[in-house]
Write a protein that binds this ligand. Structure first.
Ligand code: FE2
Ligand code: FE2
Length: 503
């Protein structure tokens, strides 16, 4: 029941007022002018009715400051019409004469309740939006970096933030379903623990296949159905809208709100209070935000894929002049990745090196085929030209910040830990870590593959050469930590090599 606070210190007026209000089914509390503030906090009334005549002006002022703290519509009853002409300290005030009370009060109180409810909903909605928007950036960042498995967890946390962490948002659904429009609709649920209204927990419910167009119905505006009322917004029949499988589960005799975007549908039910437009507006804002996160992430993925594809094409173009196959690129990526993981590098590093490693020999595109594929050993001059593929590679990759790692690998993958490499003769940790990793990956693959100057070696032979040296390749060429990592996972190298073997 709606609560109204009465501040009337005249028995006759009080009786009359109570009489009139009786028909309205209200919770009425009496208060003195001095305890008004306390009672407002105690009862949280939708409105206040005061009797004006007997109140001193300074009492009115104190009431005024009380009511301005929390905006509460007020009706003032006046006996002396002259009082209506006095300057009035209360702004949110409607004044009526005692003589008109019976005629006007019921309507006024009804209006007051409507106004008060709308005002509350509006301010709750406003507060919710503010918080939602503040949090959104954070959520977005998390979402964009999340693994697919974590995405729903992040969305769930966002729902929790809105529907359980905001104390002022009182009308909240107990159960939220999010349907994703993919090839099949995946129905996921956010279900509250029955005993614990505030604890939403997430679980995947069913996989739903449908070509139904119910996604379209609720698009843009959303709709709601309130318990035991015929009131439906923007739709004619819930049964038309939701497929049978869903109707069976949700039982339409509940407060239900639905909104959809191009990609998702949010279906919420068991709202604690009557659903009104501002609840839909909140839901819509959530839906739009989730939709946007998913879209941005999809776009990023597309760009990333296009980028990776281009890198791969460039790497293949460089290798095409060589007698080295595309499999070499793939394998060097795989070996580098495996080493990076074994060395506990960050997931970003692992992801980057997997793309960047294949670019290591991009500079070979500038080396004449006669040198690249020359059988037997190169002359000193030819070797000088050959060495330049590192510097040319760096130049070809250019200045893109996304390609920083690829650039460093291209330049430094022939550096050796003991300082005997080229083009810069860097020693130890002067060589970028990614280049040190690719160096070992590249040499292992070269040992395993046939070259114009040597046959293909077995895994065991390649392993022995790297670990013990053979005069050309020496263990001192490698970063000891990377060598250790290689020793730990060398059997995986054999498997990875066989997986992408040259035909
Ligand atoms: Fe190279
Ligand atoms: Fe290579």
């Amino acid at each position: 029941m709606e609560k109204i606070l009465l501040v009337i210190n005249d028995d006759k007026v009080k009786m009359l007022t109570l009489d009139i209000l009786e028909t309205l089914n209200l919770d009425i509390y009496l208060s003195s002018a001095t305890s008004l503030l306390t009672n407002i906090y105690k009862y949280q009334p939708k409105g206040v009715i005061i009797y004006y005549d007997t109140l001193a002006y300074d009492t009115l002022e104190s009431i005024s400051s009380t009511l301005s703290v929390s905006y509460i519509p007020t009706i003032a009853i006046v006996n002396n019409p002259d009082l209506l002409k006095l300057p009035n300290p209360l702004t949110n005030l409607t004044t009526i004469l005692v003589s008109n009370l019976k005629m006007v009060l019921p309507t006024l109180v009804r209006q007051l309740l409507v106004f008060s409810n709308n005002y509350n909903a509006l301010s709750i909605g406003y507060d919710t939006f503010t918080l939602m928007n503040d949090e959104y950036k954070k959520v977005m960042n998390h979402f964009l970096n999340a693994t697919p498995e974590d995405e729903n967890r992040i969305i769930e946390a966002y729902f929790k933030m809105i529907y359980t962490d905001m104390p002022f948002l009182t009308n909240r659904p107990k159960i939220i379903w999010m349907l994703e429009k993919l090839d099949a609709y995946i129905l996921s649920t956010l279900i509250s623990d029955d005993n614990q209204d505030s604890a939403l927990s997430y679980k995947q419910l069913i996989l739903y296949n449908s070509n139904d167009s119910y996604f379209e119905h609720s698009k843009e505006t959303g709709f709601y159905v309130n318990l035991n009322t015929q009131e439906l917004s923007d739709i004619e029949d819930l049964a038309q809208l939701l497929p049978e499988e869903l109707l069976e589960i949700i039982n339409p005799e509940r407060n239900i709100a639905v909104i959809s975007t191009d990609d998702i549908l949010l279906l919420c039910y068991d709202y604690s209070e009557k659903i009104i437009n501002s609840d839909i507006a909140i839901l819509k804002s959530i839906a739009v935000k989730i939709d946007m996160m998913k879209n941005v992430k999809r776009k990023m993925k597309d760009i990333h894929e296009a980028f990776t594809y281009t890198m791969n094409a460039l790497a293949r173009a460089a290798e095409s002049k060589d007698d080295i196959t595309g499999h070499h690129i793939k394998r060097v990526n795989d070996f580098s990745r495996a080493l990076a993981i074994q060395m506990n590098m960050t997931s970003d590093f692992v992801e980057d090196i997997e793309i960047a490693a294949q670019m290591h020999d991009v500079g070979k595109i500038t080396i004449p085929e006669s040198i690249l594929n020359k059988p037997g050993s190169l002359s000193d001059d030819e070797f000088k030209i050959m060495e330049n593929h590192t510097i040319h590679g760096e130049e070809i990759i250019g200045k893109s910040t996304y390609l920083g790692m690829a650039k460093r690998i291209a330049r430094s993958h022939h550096e050796k830990y003991d300082g005997t490499g080229y083009p810069d003769g860097l020693i130890g940790d002067e060589i970028p870590i990614e280049a040190r990793i690719v160096a070992l990956a590249d040499i292992y693959d070269a040992l395993r593959s046939p070259r114009s100057y040597k046959p293909a070696f077995t895994h065991e032979k390649a392993y022995d050469i790297i670990v013990q040296g053979d005069g050309r390749v020496e263990p001192s060429h490698f970063d000891p930590l990377i060598l250790e990592a290689f020793k730990s996972i060398h059997k995986n190298f054999a498997i990875l090599y066989d997986t992408n073997k040259d035909m």
